[in-house]
Design a protein around this ligand. Sequence first.
Ligand code: CU
Length: 238
Amino acid sequence: MPPKRTIHFGLRGMGVAPAGSDRPNSGHHHLIIDSELPPLDQPIPSDFNHLHFGAGQTETEVNLPPGEHTLQLLLGDGGHVPHSPPVLSERIRVRVVDAASAAETPRRHPSAPNAKVYFVYPTDGAYIPRRPTIRFGLLNMGVAPAGVEKANTGHHHLIVDAALPPLDEPIPSDFNHLHFGAGQTEAQITLPLGQHTLQLLLGDENHVPHDPPVYSKPIRVTVTTTGRRPLLHRVVGH
Ligand SMILES: [Cu+2]
């Protein structure tokens, strides 16, 4: 839950009455925060850990610091003394997170110094066939499948004919952004004839680039039917 939050509560089988009232079978709520139950045979203390709702409220806004907290309800009579037997809720555990982490923006993992992704095949300027097997590697960090959180690891993404995507969010997954989430270091792809650019970008378990990002320079390749440089001039004779 966020730091500032309205807590709602209720009472069944008895009635809510303000403090000071001596109506039978009634009482008012007390919210116990981060504390054990107080002694049940005397008035419930009134302090930061024991909030009284003596006007008969059934909701309140609380302001809790980030972290784990416990909440428990305890009914008190007109004199703030618990009933016999006491009427209380389970003690629940809540975790308060600040707005930034509540927004679920995956945090970027640091990359290792000198980490590098690189192409084994093809190299810049190469002529390649229409269904080449692209081979690539990673230096100074480890390859791990998507979904596995482990420091200094990531999986490869091949960016085809596109600029680098935004580096602070998950890498898109489409024809221009191929994910190798199983930890592959080679992949057969299909490319139309002509010139293309290929670039590698490492992503963490959530497909988010590291900080600083680990990517290769884009390379330029030319796809031909033979996978070789076309012969423009045939030299005949001597
Ligand atoms: Cu990915």
